[in-house]
Write a protein that binds this ligand. Structure first.
Ligand code: MRU
Length: 372
């Protein structure tokens, strides 16, 4: 994606050939700053503090974290420990475990273990780069498959010169992935193809990824949008102001239950009540083939301070953190919820669009039949 005329991915290898560059997403939308990861601890901290976030980007950061661990100890004995350290940072997005397993399995291959130290480290970096390139290719394919749904929605409109009205929750754009995004990829492709779209952007309390990240990146790309409070979507749907909803996911079970940012379930309920399609963009590394029931997905519980306080920039341009409730008010901060498969109109994957069900997923990924 372009920012101020320069092409960026969200994670890259620095010119020194080993340290890793990221965008510090905790500073957006107020300032765009990049920083450098040089150790596996840096990578784990970047994930835990949400300098990087979004399921696919968390996975990519973990992959590079393992490269940094292997570089520090090329014997490979630290790899297992580094993997556990990275996995412990955030429990819900399955991409994190997937990326660690992908890297460790490949690095344990005798063809790699028989290499000299330097070559083994180089092999790890090659693998991490491959994982990132694959993420981009997957997201481009999701964009192409999802754009057809936007075209369908445009054809269904009585006045198809009017923009297709799309509601999204949280941030499943290029900032959440290596590039292109998942839920936003079809929107970018439709916009670039000249299809008029307008996006309703949920604020996504408590961390406001909708406001601070989705609105920012849509603005960079010139896609028309309006920010709304988390509770506005239902009214907009009742008024016919939403043609379709599309969100990302942190983990989708083999049965099609979708885990995503807290509040996604309520949007799906409102969409169902109003007969509005509710789509979920799903890269295959986000499918948890070991689970059928979404109720078994671990839900991250974060610092209650994220609920009781908000951060922002005041009129004088100063960043401030302010309290919203009286001191001592108990608060709970569940970061994700589960949308049951029955509320999901379809899953948009890199291989095509399918029903949110075991049969639907296996139709696109038949090679996983023995895993479910
Ligand atoms: O807590 P976050 O910001 O990591 O949550 C991100 C989301 O919920 C996204 O919708 C999800 O990771 C899909 S990203 C392509």
């Amino acid at each position: 994606m372009k920012v101020a005329g320069r092409q960026y991915r969200t994670i890259w290898l620095e010119d020194d050939g080993w340290s890793v560059g990221i965008i510090d997403q905790t500073l957006l939308p107020h300032s765009f700053e990049v920083c450098r990861l040089t150790t596996v601890e840096d990578a784990a901290r970047a994930i835990a503090t949400m300098q990087v976030r979004g399921a696919p980007l968390i996975g990519a950061t973990a992959a590079y974290g393992l490269c940094l661990a292997l570089r520090a100890d090329p014997s490979g004995s630290s790899l297992e420990r580094a993997g556990q350290q990275l996995i412990a940072t955030r429990p819900t997005a399955v991409n994190l475990r997937w990326a660690v397993a992908y890297m460790i399995e490949a690095l344990r291959d005798p063809k790699v273990t028989s290499l000299g130290d330097g070559e083994r480290v180089a092999a790890a970096y090659d693998l991490a780069a491959k994982l990132c390139d694959e993420d981009v290719a997957i997201n481009q394919a999701i964009g192409t498959n999802g754009m057809r749904l936007i075209e369908m929605a445009r054809s269904a409109k009585s006045d198809n010169a009017q923009p297709v009205q799309i509601l999204t929750h949280c941030n499943a754009g290029w900032l959440a992935t290596v590039d292109c995004g998942t839920a936003l990829a079809p929107i970018y492709q439709a916009h670039d193809a000249g299809i008029a779209v307008h996006v309703w952007v949920d604020e996504t309390r408590p961390r406001n990824q909708g406001f601070s990240l989705t609105a920012w990146e849509l603005q960079q790309h010139g896609v028309p949008f309006t920010v709304i409070t988390d509770n506005a979507g239902g009214l907009l749907m009742q008024r016919g102001a939403v043609d379709l909803c599309i969100t990302g996911t942190d983990r989708t079970t083999a049965g099609g239950d979708v885990c995503n940012k807290i509040g996604t379930y309520l949007k799906a309920l409102a969409a169902h009540d109003n007969g509005i399609p509710f789509y979920v963009a799903l890269p295959s590394p986000t499918i948890d083939w070991t689970l059928h029931d979404g109720g078994a997905i671990p839900i991250e519980e974060r610092d209650p301070g994220e609920v009781t306080h908000v951060s922002g920039r005041d009129e004088a341009g100063q960043l401030r953190r302010v309290a919203l409730v009286s001191e001592g008010s108990p608060a709970a901060n569940h970061a994700f919820d589960i949308t049951p498969a029955r509320l999901v109109t379809a899953l948009v994957t890199e291989r095509g669009v399918c029903a949110a069900s075991r049969e639907g997923l296996l139709g696109l990924f038949p090679e996983r039949r023995d895993d479910v």
